[in-house]
Design a protein around this ligand. Structure first.
Ligand code: HEC
Length: 136
């Protein structure tokens, strides 16, 4: 009897944890625990207005980074293009603005001109915020 109860309890908690993890909740004895999203975490860690603007931009930045990843790597570690991880926001913003204006930064700047020409100022801000905060 005790064994049956234990087995029932175990299968119930397994089913519950499968349900909660599927639904973005952690199974916990204290009840439902919401797992914060990346944007929520950023908002919590960076409560100033300026930082929150970047959080709002982060979804946009994440979206736009899809194209960049092809050359700069999925984690901005570098590939065809140089490593972007570890650069601060201002640095990335300045470089992207230069490429957008058709200016030369390094020997392969022509590879960035076409990419940057289609970026709006908001895109550049969002990308710089996203890359600098996500890939440190
Ligand atoms: C077709 C490949 C390619 C794509 C796509 C691409 N890049 Fe680049 N990127 C390069 C290359 C090559 C360089 C080096 C250019 C130079 O010599 O100035 C570069 C340079 C840069 C730099 C300057 C890095 C430094 O330290 O000087 C930044 C910032 C950058 N890219 C951001 C981006 C972002 C953001 C995107 C997406 C919107 C992107 N790149 C998409 C190839 C690419």
């Amino acid at each position: 009897m005790k064994l049956l109860m234990a087995a029932t309890l175990i299968s119930a908690s397994l089913a519950a944890s499968a349900y909660y993890s599927k639904n973005d909740y952690d199974f916990s004895p204290v009840g439902r625990v919401h797992i914060e999203t990346e944007a929520e975490e950023q908002a919590r860690l960076n409560p100033t207005k300026e930082e929150n603007t970047l959080v709002a931009g982060n979804e946009l930045g994440k979206d736009k980074f899809g194209v960049c990843a092809g050359c700069h790597g999925a984690t901005a570690q570098g590939g065809i293009g140089p490593k972007l991880a570890g650069n601060d926001e201002e640095y990335i913003k300045e470089k992207l603005s230069k490429y957008k204006a058709g200016e030369t930064v390094g020997a392969q700047s022509s590879m960035m001109w076409g990419v940057a020409s289609s970026l709006s100022d908001d895109d550049i801000q969002a990308l710089a915020g996203y890359i600098s905060k996500t890939f440190k």
